[in-house]
Design a protein around this ligand. Structure first.
Ligand SMILES: CC(C)(COP(=O)(O)OP(=O)(O)OC[C@H]1O[C@@H](n2cnc3c(N)ncnc32)[C@H](O)[C@@H]1OP(=O)(O)O)[C@@H](O)C(=O)NCCC(=O)NCCS
Length: 446
Protein backbone atom coordinates (compact mmCIF):
# COMPACT_ATOMS: atom_id res chain seq x y z
CA UNK A 1 0.00 0.00 0.00
CA UNK A 2 1.25 3.52 -0.63
CA UNK A 3 2.46 5.24 2.50
CA UNK A 4 0.03 7.93 3.66
CA UNK A 5 1.65 11.29 4.47
CA UNK A 6 1.22 12.08 8.17
CA UNK A 7 0.32 15.74 7.83
CA UNK A 8 -1.52 15.57 4.52
CA UNK A 9 -3.46 18.71 3.69
CA UNK A 10 -4.58 16.95 0.56
CA UNK A 11 -6.07 13.56 1.06
CA UNK A 12 -4.47 10.62 -0.68
CA UNK A 13 -7.26 9.14 -2.72
CA UNK A 14 -4.95 7.33 -5.10
CA UNK A 15 -5.42 4.13 -3.12
CA UNK A 16 -7.60 1.80 -5.17
CA UNK A 17 -10.01 0.18 -2.71
CA UNK A 18 -10.14 -2.95 -4.89
CA UNK A 19 -6.52 -3.67 -3.96
CA UNK A 20 -7.37 -3.73 -0.24
CA UNK A 21 -7.56 -7.39 0.78
CA UNK A 22 -10.59 -8.80 2.60
CA UNK A 23 -10.02 -9.16 6.32
CA UNK A 24 -8.90 -12.72 7.15
CA UNK A 25 -10.55 -12.75 10.60
CA UNK A 26 -13.99 -11.93 9.16
CA UNK A 27 -13.42 -14.42 6.33
CA UNK A 28 -12.83 -17.12 8.99
CA UNK A 29 -15.79 -16.05 11.16
CA UNK A 30 -18.15 -16.22 8.21
CA UNK A 31 -16.61 -19.46 6.90
CA UNK A 32 -17.23 -21.03 10.34
CA UNK A 33 -20.91 -20.14 9.80
CA UNK A 34 -20.89 -21.86 6.39
CA UNK A 35 -20.70 -18.57 4.47
CA UNK A 36 -18.35 -17.27 1.79
CA UNK A 37 -17.13 -13.68 2.07
CA UNK A 38 -15.68 -12.46 -1.20
CA UNK A 39 -15.24 -9.52 -3.55
CA UNK A 40 -17.88 -9.15 -6.22
CA UNK A 41 -16.81 -9.35 -9.85
CA UNK A 42 -17.98 -6.06 -11.28
CA UNK A 43 -17.68 -7.27 -14.90
CA UNK A 44 -20.15 -10.14 -15.00
CA UNK A 45 -23.53 -11.33 -13.70
CA UNK A 46 -22.10 -11.40 -10.19
CA UNK A 47 -22.55 -7.63 -10.17
CA UNK A 48 -26.18 -7.87 -11.30
CA UNK A 49 -26.94 -10.20 -8.35
CA UNK A 50 -25.09 -7.83 -6.03
CA UNK A 51 -27.07 -4.75 -7.16
CA UNK A 52 -30.38 -6.58 -6.79
CA UNK A 53 -29.37 -7.77 -3.31
CA UNK A 54 -28.59 -4.18 -2.29
CA UNK A 55 -32.02 -3.11 -3.61
CA UNK A 56 -33.68 -5.92 -1.65
CA UNK A 57 -31.81 -4.91 1.49
CA UNK A 58 -33.06 -1.32 1.27
CA UNK A 59 -36.64 -2.43 0.50
CA UNK A 60 -36.39 -1.18 -3.07
CA UNK A 61 -37.60 -2.64 -6.32
CA UNK A 62 -35.29 -4.46 -8.74
CA UNK A 63 -33.14 -2.17 -10.88
CA UNK A 64 -33.79 -2.15 -14.61
CA UNK A 65 -30.91 -3.46 -16.75
CA UNK A 66 -29.92 0.06 -17.88
CA UNK A 67 -29.71 1.19 -14.25
CA UNK A 68 -27.51 -1.78 -13.35
CA UNK A 69 -25.26 -0.96 -16.29
CA UNK A 70 -25.11 2.71 -15.24
CA UNK A 71 -24.04 1.59 -11.77
CA UNK A 72 -21.48 -0.80 -13.22
CA UNK A 73 -19.98 1.94 -15.39
CA UNK A 74 -19.48 4.18 -12.38
CA UNK A 75 -18.35 1.63 -9.81
CA UNK A 76 -14.79 2.83 -10.47
CA UNK A 77 -12.35 1.75 -7.80
CA UNK A 78 -14.99 0.86 -5.25
CA UNK A 79 -14.86 -2.50 -3.54
CA UNK A 80 -18.24 -4.26 -3.51
CA UNK A 81 -18.23 -7.36 -1.34
CA UNK A 82 -20.85 -10.05 -0.88
CA UNK A 83 -21.55 -12.86 1.58
CA UNK A 84 -22.81 -16.03 -0.08
CA UNK A 85 -24.57 -19.06 1.39
CA UNK A 86 -23.63 -22.28 -0.42
CA UNK A 87 -26.69 -24.02 1.08
CA UNK A 88 -29.12 -21.63 -0.59
CA UNK A 89 -31.13 -22.79 -3.67
CA UNK A 90 -29.59 -19.85 -5.55
CA UNK A 91 -26.07 -19.67 -4.11
CA UNK A 92 -24.96 -16.97 -6.58
CA UNK A 93 -27.27 -14.44 -4.85
CA UNK A 94 -25.53 -12.63 -2.00
CA UNK A 95 -27.20 -12.92 1.40
CA UNK A 96 -25.32 -9.80 2.53
CA UNK A 97 -23.58 -6.87 0.86
CA UNK A 98 -21.18 -4.02 1.60
CA UNK A 99 -19.34 -1.52 -0.55
CA UNK A 100 -16.31 0.62 0.33
CA UNK A 101 -13.93 3.10 -1.27
CA UNK A 102 -11.43 5.79 -0.36
CA UNK A 103 -13.04 9.22 -0.17
CA UNK A 104 -11.79 12.64 0.98
CA UNK A 105 -13.10 14.04 4.25
CA UNK A 106 -12.76 17.74 5.07
CA UNK A 107 -11.72 18.13 8.71
CA UNK A 108 -10.93 21.86 8.61
CA UNK A 109 -10.54 24.49 5.88
CA UNK A 110 -8.45 22.86 3.13
CA UNK A 111 -7.45 20.07 5.51
CA UNK A 112 -8.51 16.77 4.02
CA UNK A 113 -8.15 13.21 5.27
CA UNK A 114 -8.45 10.02 3.24
CA UNK A 115 -11.50 8.21 4.57
CA UNK A 116 -12.74 4.64 4.16
CA UNK A 117 -16.33 5.24 3.07
CA UNK A 118 -18.65 2.33 3.81
CA UNK A 119 -22.00 1.91 2.09
CA UNK A 120 -24.58 -0.62 0.91
CA UNK A 121 -24.55 -2.57 4.19
CA UNK A 122 -27.40 -5.06 3.87
CA UNK A 123 -28.20 -8.50 5.25
CA UNK A 124 -31.06 -10.53 3.82
CA UNK A 125 -33.99 -10.74 6.25
CA UNK A 126 -33.58 -14.54 6.05
CA UNK A 127 -30.08 -14.26 7.54
CA UNK A 128 -30.46 -11.38 9.99
CA UNK A 129 -29.20 -11.26 13.57
CA UNK A 130 -26.58 -13.97 13.19
CA UNK A 131 -23.61 -11.64 13.31
CA UNK A 132 -23.14 -11.20 9.55
CA UNK A 133 -23.26 -7.38 9.65
CA UNK A 134 -20.86 -7.38 12.59
CA UNK A 135 -18.40 -9.56 10.69
CA UNK A 136 -18.64 -7.29 7.63
CA UNK A 137 -18.32 -4.02 9.58
CA UNK A 138 -15.42 -5.18 11.73
CA UNK A 139 -13.86 -6.59 8.55
CA UNK A 140 -14.16 -3.23 6.79
CA UNK A 141 -12.54 -1.43 9.74
CA UNK A 142 -9.64 -3.88 10.03
CA UNK A 143 -9.07 -3.83 6.27
CA UNK A 144 -9.10 -0.03 6.24
CA UNK A 145 -6.74 0.28 9.21
CA UNK A 146 -4.35 -2.29 7.68
CA UNK A 147 -4.37 -0.27 4.44
CA UNK A 148 -3.36 2.85 6.38
CA UNK A 149 -6.68 4.72 6.35
CA UNK A 150 -7.00 6.98 9.42
CA UNK A 151 -10.79 7.16 9.58
CA UNK A 152 -13.96 5.47 8.36
CA UNK A 153 -17.29 7.10 7.60
CA UNK A 154 -20.85 6.32 6.64
CA UNK A 155 -24.40 7.66 6.37
CA UNK A 156 -27.01 5.54 8.05
CA UNK A 157 -30.54 4.22 7.64
CA UNK A 158 -30.95 3.86 11.42
CA UNK A 159 -29.09 5.60 14.22
CA UNK A 160 -29.00 2.43 16.34
CA UNK A 161 -26.66 0.31 14.25
CA UNK A 162 -23.14 1.76 14.16
CA UNK A 163 -22.31 3.15 17.62
CA UNK A 164 -21.31 -0.35 18.70
CA UNK A 165 -18.46 -0.29 16.16
CA UNK A 166 -17.14 3.06 17.41
CA UNK A 167 -18.91 5.38 14.94
CA UNK A 168 -20.46 8.63 16.15
CA UNK A 169 -22.65 11.26 14.48
CA UNK A 170 -20.47 14.30 13.77
CA UNK A 171 -22.65 16.36 11.44
CA UNK A 172 -26.34 17.08 11.81
CA UNK A 173 -28.56 17.50 8.76
CA UNK A 174 -31.54 19.83 8.84
CA UNK A 175 -34.70 19.47 6.74
CA UNK A 176 -36.66 22.59 5.83
CA UNK A 177 -40.26 23.22 4.85
CA UNK A 178 -40.82 26.90 4.13
CA UNK A 179 -44.25 28.45 3.59
CA UNK A 180 -43.25 30.99 1.00
CA UNK A 181 -46.24 33.35 1.30
CA UNK A 182 -45.48 33.88 4.95
CA UNK A 183 -41.68 33.90 4.75
CA UNK A 184 -40.89 37.31 3.21
CA UNK A 185 -37.40 38.16 2.05
CA UNK A 186 -35.06 40.38 4.05
CA UNK A 187 -31.83 39.09 2.51
CA UNK A 188 -29.60 40.81 -0.04
CA UNK A 189 -30.48 41.11 -3.73
CA UNK A 190 -27.14 40.39 -5.36
CA UNK A 191 -26.22 41.97 -8.67
CA UNK A 192 -25.27 38.83 -10.60
CA UNK A 193 -27.60 36.95 -12.93
CA UNK A 194 -29.74 33.81 -12.79
CA UNK A 195 -30.30 31.67 -15.84
CA UNK A 196 -32.19 28.45 -16.46
CA UNK A 197 -29.81 25.67 -17.49
CA UNK A 198 -30.34 22.15 -18.75
CA UNK A 199 -29.49 19.09 -16.71
CA UNK A 200 -26.16 18.34 -18.41
CA UNK A 201 -24.81 21.76 -17.48
CA UNK A 202 -26.32 21.45 -14.00
CA UNK A 203 -24.45 18.18 -13.50
CA UNK A 204 -21.17 19.90 -14.46
CA UNK A 205 -21.84 22.95 -12.29
CA UNK A 206 -22.84 20.87 -9.27
CA UNK A 207 -19.68 18.77 -9.54
CA UNK A 208 -17.40 21.81 -9.97
CA UNK A 209 -18.99 23.90 -7.23
CA UNK A 210 -19.22 21.07 -4.71
CA UNK A 211 -15.55 20.40 -5.27
CA UNK A 212 -14.77 23.99 -4.25
CA UNK A 213 -17.27 24.36 -1.44
CA UNK A 214 -16.61 21.00 0.25
CA UNK A 215 -12.98 21.90 0.98
CA UNK A 216 -14.05 24.70 3.31
CA UNK A 217 -16.67 22.77 5.22
CA UNK A 218 -15.83 20.18 7.89
CA UNK A 219 -17.75 16.97 7.34
CA UNK A 220 -18.10 17.22 3.56
CA UNK A 221 -16.69 14.56 1.24
CA UNK A 222 -15.87 14.35 -2.45
CA UNK A 223 -18.61 13.06 -4.71
CA UNK A 224 -18.40 11.13 -7.95
CA UNK A 225 -19.64 12.32 -11.36
CA UNK A 226 -22.32 9.62 -11.12
CA UNK A 227 -23.67 11.18 -7.93
CA UNK A 228 -24.22 14.47 -9.75
CA UNK A 229 -25.59 12.67 -12.78
CA UNK A 230 -28.28 11.21 -10.55
CA UNK A 231 -28.91 14.54 -8.78
CA UNK A 232 -29.35 16.16 -12.18
CA UNK A 233 -31.79 13.40 -13.15
CA UNK A 234 -29.65 11.95 -15.92
CA UNK A 235 -29.01 8.39 -14.74
CA UNK A 236 -30.44 5.90 -17.26
CA UNK A 237 -33.60 4.31 -15.89
CA UNK A 238 -34.10 7.06 -13.30
CA UNK A 239 -37.85 7.49 -12.85
CA UNK A 240 -37.90 11.10 -11.57
CA UNK A 241 -35.19 12.41 -13.93
CA UNK A 242 -37.56 14.26 -16.24
CA UNK A 243 -38.75 16.51 -13.44
CA UNK A 244 -35.39 18.03 -12.69
CA UNK A 245 -34.90 21.73 -13.40
CA UNK A 246 -31.89 23.88 -12.68
CA UNK A 247 -30.72 27.48 -12.49
CA UNK A 248 -27.23 28.88 -12.37
CA UNK A 249 -26.01 32.02 -10.61
CA UNK A 250 -23.21 33.98 -12.28
CA UNK A 251 -21.65 36.89 -10.39
CA UNK A 252 -21.07 40.35 -11.79
CA UNK A 253 -17.58 39.42 -12.95
CA UNK A 254 -18.95 36.49 -14.98
CA UNK A 255 -17.89 33.72 -12.58
CA UNK A 256 -20.28 30.81 -12.02
CA UNK A 257 -20.89 30.85 -8.26
CA UNK A 258 -23.96 28.79 -7.66
CA UNK A 259 -26.37 26.23 -8.97
CA UNK A 260 -29.76 25.02 -7.81
CA UNK A 261 -31.25 21.73 -8.99
CA UNK A 262 -34.88 21.31 -8.04
CA UNK A 263 -38.17 19.76 -8.99
CA UNK A 264 -41.75 21.04 -8.94
CA UNK A 265 -44.94 19.18 -8.04
CA UNK A 266 -48.38 20.59 -8.83
CA UNK A 267 -50.61 19.61 -5.93
CA UNK A 268 -54.36 18.88 -5.99
CA UNK A 269 -55.07 22.10 -4.05
CA UNK A 270 -53.77 24.16 -6.97
CA UNK A 271 -50.48 25.29 -5.48
CA UNK A 272 -47.06 23.76 -6.08
CA UNK A 273 -44.15 22.49 -3.99
CA UNK A 274 -40.56 23.16 -5.00
CA UNK A 275 -38.14 20.54 -3.71
CA UNK A 276 -34.46 21.38 -3.67
CA UNK A 277 -32.36 18.46 -4.95
CA UNK A 278 -29.07 20.30 -4.47
CA UNK A 279 -28.06 23.87 -3.83
CA UNK A 280 -24.35 24.62 -4.14
CA UNK A 281 -23.26 28.19 -3.49
CA UNK A 282 -19.75 29.57 -3.46
CA UNK A 283 -20.30 32.64 -1.29
CA UNK A 284 -23.21 34.57 0.23
CA UNK A 285 -24.36 36.26 -3.00
CA UNK A 286 -24.97 32.98 -4.79
CA UNK A 287 -26.58 31.56 -1.66
CA UNK A 288 -29.01 34.48 -1.35
CA UNK A 289 -29.81 34.62 -5.06
CA UNK A 290 -30.65 30.92 -5.29
CA UNK A 291 -32.77 30.81 -2.14
CA UNK A 292 -34.64 33.93 -3.19
CA UNK A 293 -35.31 32.34 -6.58
CA UNK A 294 -36.80 29.28 -4.83
CA UNK A 295 -38.84 31.24 -2.29
CA UNK A 296 -40.27 33.74 -4.77
CA UNK A 297 -41.08 31.21 -7.51
CA UNK A 298 -44.53 31.87 -9.01
CA UNK A 299 -47.25 29.31 -8.23
CA UNK A 300 -45.11 27.79 -5.45
CA UNK A 301 -46.26 28.09 -1.85
CA UNK A 302 -43.98 25.50 -0.25
CA UNK A 303 -40.24 24.95 -0.56
CA UNK A 304 -38.58 21.85 0.85
CA UNK A 305 -34.89 21.11 1.29
CA UNK A 306 -32.96 18.40 3.11
CA UNK A 307 -29.32 17.78 4.10
CA UNK A 308 -28.90 21.44 4.98
CA UNK A 309 -26.55 22.46 7.78
CA UNK A 310 -27.22 22.91 11.48
CA UNK A 311 -26.42 26.64 11.15
CA UNK A 312 -28.15 27.26 7.84
CA UNK A 313 -27.99 31.01 7.00
CA UNK A 314 -31.47 30.77 5.43
CA UNK A 315 -33.00 31.45 8.84
CA UNK A 316 -31.55 34.97 8.63
CA UNK A 317 -32.92 35.69 5.18
CA UNK A 318 -36.58 35.27 6.11
CA UNK A 319 -38.67 38.17 7.39
CA UNK A 320 -40.65 35.61 9.37
CA UNK A 321 -38.37 32.77 10.47
CA UNK A 322 -41.45 30.92 11.77
CA UNK A 323 -42.47 30.38 8.16
CA UNK A 324 -39.86 27.61 8.20
CA UNK A 325 -40.34 24.31 9.94
CA UNK A 326 -36.95 22.77 10.60
CA UNK A 327 -36.19 19.28 11.82
CA UNK A 328 -32.75 17.88 12.45
CA UNK A 329 -31.20 14.45 12.41
CA UNK A 330 -27.83 12.78 12.75
CA UNK A 331 -26.34 12.44 9.29
CA UNK A 332 -22.58 11.91 8.93
CA UNK A 333 -21.01 9.24 11.16
CA UNK A 334 -17.26 8.89 11.58
CA UNK A 335 -14.99 6.38 13.28
CA UNK A 336 -11.37 7.19 14.11
CA UNK A 337 -8.87 4.44 13.27
CA UNK A 338 -5.60 6.38 13.68
CA UNK A 339 -5.82 8.85 16.57
CA UNK A 340 -2.58 10.73 15.88
CA UNK A 341 -3.28 11.28 12.20
CA UNK A 342 -6.85 12.37 12.77
CA UNK A 343 -6.09 14.81 15.58
CA UNK A 344 -3.06 16.24 13.75
CA UNK A 345 -5.03 16.73 10.54
CA UNK A 346 -6.92 19.78 11.79
CA UNK A 347 -6.02 23.11 13.37
CA UNK A 348 -7.06 24.23 16.85
CA UNK A 349 -8.23 27.52 18.26
CA UNK A 350 -6.56 27.69 21.70
CA UNK A 351 -3.11 26.52 22.86
CA UNK A 352 -2.74 23.95 25.63
CA UNK A 353 -2.56 20.21 26.13
CA UNK A 354 -4.81 17.35 27.05
CA UNK A 355 -4.38 13.60 27.45
CA UNK A 356 -7.06 11.32 26.07
CA UNK A 357 -7.44 7.86 27.63
CA UNK A 358 -9.32 6.12 24.86
CA UNK A 359 -11.30 2.91 25.21
CA UNK A 360 -11.70 1.05 21.92
CA UNK A 361 -12.91 -2.57 22.02
CA UNK A 362 -11.56 -3.09 18.49
CA UNK A 363 -8.15 -1.79 19.54
CA UNK A 364 -7.33 0.73 16.78
CA UNK A 365 -7.59 3.88 18.90
CA UNK A 366 -7.13 2.36 22.35
CA UNK A 367 -4.53 3.87 24.69
CA UNK A 368 -3.25 7.14 26.02
CA UNK A 369 -2.74 10.03 23.59
CA UNK A 370 -1.56 13.52 24.47
CA UNK A 371 -2.59 16.36 22.17
CA UNK A 372 -0.44 19.48 22.50
CA UNK A 373 -1.69 22.57 20.69
CA UNK A 374 0.91 25.24 19.92
CA UNK A 375 0.26 28.97 19.55
CA UNK A 376 -0.99 29.21 15.97
CA UNK A 377 -3.14 26.12 16.31
CA UNK A 378 -1.01 23.19 15.12
CA UNK A 379 -1.63 20.03 17.14
CA UNK A 380 0.96 17.34 17.90
CA UNK A 381 0.01 13.95 19.31
CA UNK A 382 2.28 11.77 21.43
CA UNK A 383 1.49 8.24 22.49
CA UNK A 384 1.59 6.16 25.66
CA UNK A 385 2.33 8.76 28.24
CA UNK A 386 5.14 10.50 26.35
CA UNK A 387 3.26 13.74 26.99
CA UNK A 388 2.28 12.93 30.58
CA UNK A 389 1.94 15.87 32.88
CA UNK A 390 1.24 18.25 30.02
CA UNK A 391 -2.52 18.13 30.16
CA UNK A 392 -5.50 17.05 32.18
CA UNK A 393 -6.85 13.58 31.45
CA UNK A 394 -10.04 12.94 29.53
CA UNK A 395 -11.38 9.39 29.66
CA UNK A 396 -13.66 8.49 26.78
CA UNK A 397 -14.55 5.90 24.16
CA UNK A 398 -13.49 6.00 20.53
CA UNK A 399 -17.02 7.01 19.48
CA UNK A 400 -16.87 10.06 21.76
CA UNK A 401 -13.41 11.01 20.46
CA UNK A 402 -14.73 10.62 16.91
CA UNK A 403 -17.67 12.86 17.83
CA UNK A 404 -15.29 15.60 19.00
CA UNK A 405 -12.97 15.55 15.98
CA UNK A 406 -14.76 18.04 13.69
CA UNK A 407 -15.89 20.28 16.54
CA UNK A 408 -19.62 19.95 15.92
CA UNK A 409 -20.14 18.05 19.18
CA UNK A 410 -18.95 19.84 22.30
CA UNK A 411 -16.98 18.18 25.07
CA UNK A 412 -19.13 19.95 27.67
CA UNK A 413 -22.21 18.32 26.10
CA UNK A 414 -20.65 14.86 26.18
CA UNK A 415 -19.51 15.46 29.76
CA UNK A 416 -23.02 16.53 30.78
CA UNK A 417 -24.34 13.36 29.14
CA UNK A 418 -21.83 11.26 31.08
CA UNK A 419 -20.17 10.19 27.81
CA UNK A 420 -16.70 11.41 28.82
CA UNK A 421 -14.99 12.03 32.14
CA UNK A 422 -12.86 15.07 32.87
CA UNK A 423 -13.01 18.24 34.95
CA UNK A 424 -15.22 21.15 33.89
CA UNK A 425 -12.31 23.45 32.99
CA UNK A 426 -10.78 20.87 30.65
CA UNK A 427 -14.12 20.27 28.94
CA UNK A 428 -14.52 24.04 28.46
CA UNK A 429 -11.00 24.28 26.98
CA UNK A 430 -11.82 21.39 24.62
CA UNK A 431 -14.92 23.28 23.48
CA UNK A 432 -12.80 26.33 22.75
CA UNK A 433 -9.92 24.63 20.99
CA UNK A 434 -12.02 22.19 18.91
CA UNK A 435 -14.45 24.93 17.79
CA UNK A 436 -15.13 24.42 14.05
CA UNK A 437 -14.92 27.11 11.35
CA UNK A 438 -18.55 26.30 10.58
CA UNK A 439 -20.98 23.68 11.81
CA UNK A 440 -19.93 20.37 10.26
CA UNK A 441 -22.17 19.45 7.37
CA UNK A 442 -22.62 16.69 4.83
CA UNK A 443 -24.79 17.86 1.95
CA UNK A 444 -25.13 14.44 0.32
CA UNK A 445 -25.68 10.73 1.06
CA UNK A 446 -23.18 8.00 0.33
C1 LIG B 1 -28.85 -3.46 9.74
C2 LIG B 1 -28.50 -4.85 9.24
C3 LIG B 1 -27.39 -4.73 8.19
C4 LIG B 1 -28.02 -5.68 10.42
O1 LIG B 1 -27.58 -6.94 9.96
P1 LIG B 1 -27.50 -8.23 10.92
O2 LIG B 1 -26.62 -9.22 10.24
O3 LIG B 1 -28.85 -8.64 11.31
O4 LIG B 1 -26.72 -7.65 12.19
P2 LIG B 1 -25.87 -8.53 13.24
O5 LIG B 1 -26.56 -9.84 13.47
O6 LIG B 1 -24.45 -8.60 12.81
O7 LIG B 1 -25.99 -7.63 14.51
C5 LIG B 1 -24.87 -7.01 15.10
C6 LIG B 1 -25.38 -6.17 16.22
O8 LIG B 1 -26.18 -5.12 15.70
C7 LIG B 1 -27.48 -5.14 16.30
N1 LIG B 1 -28.39 -4.72 15.25
C8 LIG B 1 -28.50 -5.24 14.04
N2 LIG B 1 -29.41 -4.56 13.32
C9 LIG B 1 -29.86 -3.58 14.11
C10 LIG B 1 -30.80 -2.54 13.92
N3 LIG B 1 -31.47 -2.39 12.78
N4 LIG B 1 -31.02 -1.71 14.96
C11 LIG B 1 -30.35 -1.87 16.13
N5 LIG B 1 -29.43 -2.83 16.34
C12 LIG B 1 -29.20 -3.67 15.34
C13 LIG B 1 -27.67 -6.57 16.74
O9 LIG B 1 -28.62 -6.63 17.77
C14 LIG B 1 -26.28 -6.91 17.20
O10 LIG B 1 -26.03 -6.33 18.47
P3 LIG B 1 -24.87 -6.85 19.47
O11 LIG B 1 -23.92 -7.68 18.66
O12 LIG B 1 -24.25 -5.60 19.96
O13 LIG B 1 -25.62 -7.62 20.48
C15 LIG B 1 -29.73 -5.55 8.60
O14 LIG B 1 -30.77 -5.58 9.54
C16 LIG B 1 -30.25 -4.88 7.34
O15 LIG B 1 -29.85 -5.24 6.25
N6 LIG B 1 -31.17 -3.89 7.46
C17 LIG B 1 -31.78 -3.23 6.31
C18 LIG B 1 -30.77 -2.40 5.51
C19 LIG B 1 -30.10 -1.37 6.37
O16 LIG B 1 -30.75 -0.61 7.07
N7 LIG B 1 -28.76 -1.34 6.33
C20 LIG B 1 -27.98 -0.37 7.05
C21 LIG B 1 -27.58 0.67 6.07
S1 LIG B 1 -26.85 2.08 6.81
Amino acid sequence: MPEQPRHSQHATTSLDARTVPLDPASTRTLADAGLTYRAVDTDGDDFVSYVQAVNRGFLGERSKPEAVEAWRETIGDRRPVGVFDGGSPEPHLPVATVNAWVDELTVDVDRLLPMWAVSAVTVSATHRRRGIARAMLEGELRAAADAGLPIAGLTVSEATIYGRYGFAPVATATSWTVKTHRAGWIGPRPGGRLDPIERELAQQDLAALHDVVRRGRPGEVAATPSYWRSTAGLTPGQTDGGKVRAVRYTDESGQVRGVLAYQLENRDDGAATLTVRALAADGPDAYAALWRFALEHDLVDTVRATERSADEPLRWLLADPRAAEVTERDHHWLRILDVARCLESRTYRAPGAVTFDVVDPLGFAAGRWTLTVAEGGAGVVTRDGAGDGEGAVVTLGVAELSALLLGGVRATTLRAAGRLATDAATAAWLDATFAPVAAPQLSLWY
